[in-house]
Design a protein around this ligand. Structure first.
Ligand SMILES: Nc1nc2c(c(=O)[nH]1)N[C@H]1C(S)=C(S)[C@@H](COP(=O)(O)O)O[C@H]1N2
Ligand SMILES: [Mo]
Length: 217
């Protein structure tokens, strides 16, 4: 955290803005308490694998997370630098647009809020575009990316994330359909205007809220 009061007040402003946007968009906490399983979903106990078909093998020595676009502190993190960031654990549900949901997945990694504190999005940043090592892209509003329970996960149930599930690192945004949770994440770009990612160009919804069944556009 910076000692510079100007930075801190800007961070406070940004956090207040994300919170306001989040509240405006969702009112999530109360609703999820009432209806944990979104409409049209069924529960599974296993964890299905879904992707475009190529599961990239990424050596930790060549792994990078690049943060670009509308941020005060663009940065390219190597694995050591990423693991040196504040590490958190949280337990969340998964909701896939193909109608399966899985409760209580325990993740370890870096929360998106801790990452945002580091890179400091500019006031005109409203969306993020995620790009992965397999070429996959997906877009989401910054307010959703900044959710309290969104995490850049490196472990599931206490063991390193497997390659098929996006290891060494994937995003998890629990309150949106799982296609927004980019596996093998490589790049986060902060944008002023929304831009369609892979599935979004192929008819999926720009936001993807499971409780509103935002499956297709
Ligand atoms: N890089 C990448 N991330 C991705 C995908 C992909 O093809 N490539 N598929 C998405 C889709 S459609 C889903 S449902 C989830 C599946 O994650 P899982 O295989 O760990 O269940 O990953 C999402 N993230
Ligand atoms: Mo999916």
């Amino acid at each position: 955290m910076s000692d510079d009061p100007a930075q801190d007040s800007k961070l406070t402003r940004s956090k207040r803005r994300w919170a306001e946007e989040g509240k405006f968009l969702t009112g999530r906490a109360a609703r999820q308490e009432a209806e944990r399983l979104p409409p049209g979903q069924h529960l599974v106990k296993n964890w299905p694998v879904l992707d475009l078909g190529s599961q990239p093998q990424i050596n930790l020595s060549s792994w990078r997370l690049d943060i670009v676009g509308l941020v005060d502190n663009p940065i390219s993190l190597n694995w050591e630098a990423f693991k040196a960031l504040t590490q958190s654990s949280l337990t969340t549900d998964i909701h896939c647009v193909t109608t399966w949901s899985r409760y209580d997945n325990r993740w370890d990694g870096v929360t998106t809020q801790d990452l945002l504190d580091l890179v400091m999005p500019k006031d005109n940043a409203h969306y993020v575009m995620l790009t992965s090592f397999d070429g996959y892209t997906t877009n989401l509003p910054l307010a959703d990316f900044a959710a309290e329970d969104a995490i850049l996960a490196t472990a599931w149930e206490g063991t390193s994330l497997t390659r098929e599930h996006g290891g060494p690192m994937r995003l998890v945004v629990p309150h949106l359909y799982f296609w927004k949770s980019a596996k093998w994440l490589n790049r986060i770009e902060f944008l002023e205007r929304d831009k369609a990612g892979f599935w979004e160009k192929n008819g999926y919804h720009m936001r993807g809220d499971p409780w509103s069944e935002e499956r297709y556009s």
